[in-house]
Ligand binder design. Structure first.
Ligand code: URA
Length: 237
């Protein structure tokens, strides 16, 4: 059981005081009854209507963002724009956090959620969630580079990488699949092969692909079923 105003504020569409106002104004109903007391205790899964429309009250929320270049993957920064500042006001109240990081100049699929356990599972190398990137490099990657990735590269500072996938697409483009998330990993791996990255875009996390219809800087909530897709094909490069 929870307080009605808390349940409504949990949807992210209303602050706690806006929820109280809406309740007192008679805009909230459930099961055919208008609810006018913010402090009323209700079941968490009560189907609540606000202005006749069903309110989403699930506490855990999952979004995909097509991250633009020039934006930091951080909650707050004094000087530079962050991904959380791209969120509309009603989503800023949900306590969403980025799942892992993309570099400032990297674009593409970034998940945002307030489900800390999910975020931890996605990031943990134990889960073997494979992230797919499209990279534009200076010079085409070749078969020897592909074999080096498959064996597991050693970076210039001696860091050893797990086996990764590399596939040349020609014209300076390649697909990279990694199953861990070390600092600047893809850039450092390609640099170690003498093919510095000029542009990097994340296309997929596990079996979940970036919705290219979103457009840069936009986000949408994941559909039911898409959350599990993240863990599909784990450990398979
Ligand atoms: N690897 C990188 O080098 N940068 C990213 O942003 C993501 C993976």
């Amino acid at each position: 059981m929870t307080r009605l105003d808390k349940l409504i504020a949990g949807s992210g569409r209303f602050s706690r005081s806006e929820a109280r106002e809406a309740i007192r104004a008679g805009r909230v109903s459930a099961l055919g009854r208008v609810l006018t007391r913010p402090e009323e205790r209700v079941e968490e899964d009560l189907p609540v209507l606000v202005d006749g429309e069903r309110l989403r009250t699930d506490a855990l929320r999952y979004f995909m963002l097509d991250k633009p270049a020039g934006v930091l993957t951080a909650s707050r920064d004094a000087r530079q724009p962050t991904v959380l500042e791209l969120l509309p006001a009603e989503l800023r109240r949900l306590g969403l956090q980025p799942v892992g990081r993309l570099d400032k100049d990297t674009t593409g699929l970034l998940l945002l959620t307030n489900d800390g356990d999910f975020a931890h599972r996605v990031i943990s190398p134990k889960s073997g969630v494979v992230k797919t990137y499209l990279a534009r490099t200076q010079g085409d990657v070749d078969a020897e580079d592909e074999r080096g990735f498959a064996r597991g590269l050693e970076l210039e500072d001696g860091t050893k990488c797990l086996p990764a996938g590399l596939e040349s697409l020609g014209d300076g483009l390649c697909l990279v699949r990694v199953q861990e998330g070390k600092y600047h990993q893809v850039k450092r791996m390609l640099a170690a092969r003498g093919k510095p990255v000029l542009e990097l875009r994340r296309l997929a996390i596990g079996g979940l692909e970036l919705d290219e219809r979103l457009g840069s800087g936009n986000l949408r909530e994941l559909f039911p079923g898409e959350i599990e897709l993240v863990f599909a094909h784990s450990h398979r490069l």
